[in-house]
Design a protein around this ligand. Structure first.
Ligand code: HEC
Length: 156
């Protein structure tokens, strides 16, 4: 007569205990996921820009077609454009993200027709501008998406 009651009390306590343990495990998993995410974030922070020699060469063609008339052959001697090479330009963008510069370029250049080029062409011309600003080429191209280079910081 007493046995089933004791057993049911025991099992309900056990049930409660298992639930608490489950809760603890869930918290532990959440902490681990958070730690993994923040480590991954840290690994991605502050990358240096990378473009290839080939990309910069493609960008040079685009530059000569669409940008030269204002920014000049030296990128700093244009009659109608701001200098995009040299200490003034570098000072303006030093410490900023490549994403910011690419977004500005995509949304404002060329002034008479912003966004006229394909995203790949903006990325290529970006590579050419970096090359002319003494950034060394690497083995990865600048991707055609400013959102993908938010962690890439310009430093001279
Ligand atoms: C009609 C003339 C003209 C053409 C063509 C032109 N630009 Fe510009 N560009 C300007 C002017 C003017 C500014 C300054 C605008 C400002 O600061 O708001 C500028 C600013 C820039 C800047 C930012 C400079 C800085 O430090 O703020 C970049 C980068 C740039 N241009 C890239 C390009 C590229 C790449 C092309 C070709 C796809 C191009 N421009 C075509 C006139 C031109």
């Amino acid at each position: 007569m007493m046995r089933p009651i004791v057993l049911s009390r025991f099992s309900s306590k056990l049930g409660g205990g298992t639930e608490r343990l489950g809760d603890l495990m869930r918290r532990l998993v959440m902490i681990l996921v958070f730690l993994a995410a923040s480590t991954a974030g840290a690994a991605e922070a502050d990358k240096a820009p990378s473009f290839t020699e080939e990309q910069a060469t493609r960008g040079e063609d685009i530059y000569f077609q669409f940008c030269l008339q204002c920014h000049g052959a030296n990128l700093s001697d244009g009659e109608f454009g701001a200098p995009i090479r040299g200490s003034f330009f570098r000072g303006r963008w030093d410490g900023k993200s490549l994403a910011e510069l690419m977004t500005f370029m995509t949304e404002s250049m060329p002034p008479e027709d912003p966004g006229y080029l394909y995203p790949e062409e903006y990325a290529d011309v970006m590579a050419y501008i970096l090359k002319r600003n003494e950034v060394a080429p690497g083995d990865a191209e600048i991707p055609p998406d400013p959102a993908a280079v938010q962690n890439v910081i310009l430093h001279w």
